[in-house]
Design a protein around this ligand. Structure first.
Ligand SMILES: [Zn+2]
Length: 125
């Protein structure tokens, strides 16, 4: 048995490419090209993304990412038009599942893959 080649690193998208990649989720880097692109595996498919649009780390992610999303409330939701709402969720480092949480927990257990991981608060305030 030959073990599968380990990824060259792990990448997380910045906000401007969040429509392709899930915010807060880390994806394995499978290849790099000379023109400044990296190829990452997204749901078993290779996706080419500019290196500058990504945050890259060498070790596998082991902490929940916290995503804070601020948007304008739509009037259909009952609030005042233009009112800002903030939505916060955590992204599992193992399976990229989104999960709600309350307070500021040190660790969370994923409801989907049942893995308990620490929460990375370093990028939020
Ligand atoms: Zn999970």
């Amino acid at each position: 048995m030959v073990p599968p080649p380990s990824p060259r690193g792990w990448a997380r998208c910045l906000d401007n490419v969040a429509d392709v990649l899930r915010r807060g989720a880390w994806y394995p880097i499978v290849d790099e090209t000379d023109d400044g692109k990296v190829v990452i595996e997204v749901r078993k498919k290779p996706v080419r993304v500019s290196r500058i649009d990504l945050a890259v780390r060498e070790s596998p992610p082991d902490r929940w990412s916290i995503v804070v999303r601020t948007g304008l409330l739509r009037p259909t939701l009952g609030g005042r038009e233009g009112e800002e709402v903030t939505q916060t969720y955590a992204v599992c480092p193992q399976c990229q599942e989104r999960q709600d949480f309350s307070g500021k927990p040190d660790s969370l257990k994923c409801l989907r893959c049942k893995t308990e991981s620490k929460v990375d608060w370093s990028e939020t305030c």
